[in-house]
Design a protein around this ligand. Structure first.
Ligand code: G3H
Length: 255
């Protein structure tokens, strides 16, 4: 029976990969919507996949969120220095401190026996302040590293949920809805076709940067994230997706 399940999952992985037309799909059993423990399995699978591609002297970019948090938690402590630098992909994004990209970058950097840099940029500050922040040498250096990320590990959210988490005002919510936002990643909101329809006002990774990253690993589970996953898959064809059966089955229903 276990064998049937394994065969079933690998068949599902192949199907989803073909539907989404992306580089690789890894699926864990279950549905994160019903069982939070499934998110931990996505974290573990992400660690396993990371080990298969990790080299010395790389820059790893990370985002925030609960899935990213579980990934960071499940990482073992490396004993050997590999000259790894971890940076948050984008600053701010006002969330609880535990699941902020800065906190996750610090945890991952320490666990991989490497170093990390933080991006201390508040959300929703005006353009002038943003521009002067960007010219600060320390922030500027971090931004340079972000532009040169070799491996990006990022969460994918349902746009409504992310707008709510970030306490977007009613006007903002109306705006993103009217533009057909379905998914969110690294502070960008995307419509069904993978077009950017809105961007939170902070600094860090851009869609153009994202498209040129060698290894981008999107981690997200739960059937309610299916549309968001479809949208992000349209942005980057060489994406690696680590998800669960709940999301995978829903994706098959939708496309
Ligand atoms: O940006 C998208 C979020 O990182 C997804 O967050 O893992 O808490 O659902 P989550």
């Amino acid at each position: 029976e276990l064998m049937d399940e394994v065969m079933g999952i690998s068949h599902l992985e192949e199907q989803i990969k073909q539907k989404l037309k992306i580089k690789k799909v890894i699926i864990v059993p279950g549905n994160s919507d019903d069982n939070k423990a499934v998110i931990k399995d996505i974290g573990k699978s992400t660690y396993k996949y990371l080990m298969s591609i990790l080299k010395d002297n790389v820059i790893i970019g990370v985002t925030g969120g609960n899935t990213m948090f579980e990934f960071a938690q499940c990482l073992p402590e490396f004993k050997k220095e590999k000259n790894i630098l971890v940076v948050p992909a984008r600053g701010g994004l006002g969330r609880e401190v535990e699941i902020q990209s800065n906190t996750i970058a610090a945890t991952v950097g320490k666990k991989l026996c490497g170093s990390y840099r933080l991006l201390h940029v508040p959300d929703n500050v005006g353009k002038d302040i943003m521009e002067s922040l960007m010219s600060e040498p320390d922030i500027n250096t971090t931004l340079e590293y972000i532009k040169n990320v070799n491996i990006l590990i990022f969460g994918i959210g349902k746009s409504e949920d992310m707008a709510e988490r970030r306490k977007m005002d009613l006007e903002g919510i109306r705006l993103i809805n009217s533009r057909g936002a379905v998914g969110e990643a690294f502070g960008h909101y995307f419509n069904r076709n993978g077009e950017k329809v809105y961007e939170t006002s902070t600094i860090g990774i851009t869609v153009e940067d994202f498209k040129s990253i060698e290894n981008a690993i999107g981690i997200a589970g739960g059937s309610k994230k299916a549309e968001a996953i479809i949208a992000i898959s349209k942005v980057k064809k060489d994406l690696v997706l680590i998800t669960d059966q709940g999301a995978a089955n829903k994706i098959l229903e939708l496309i």
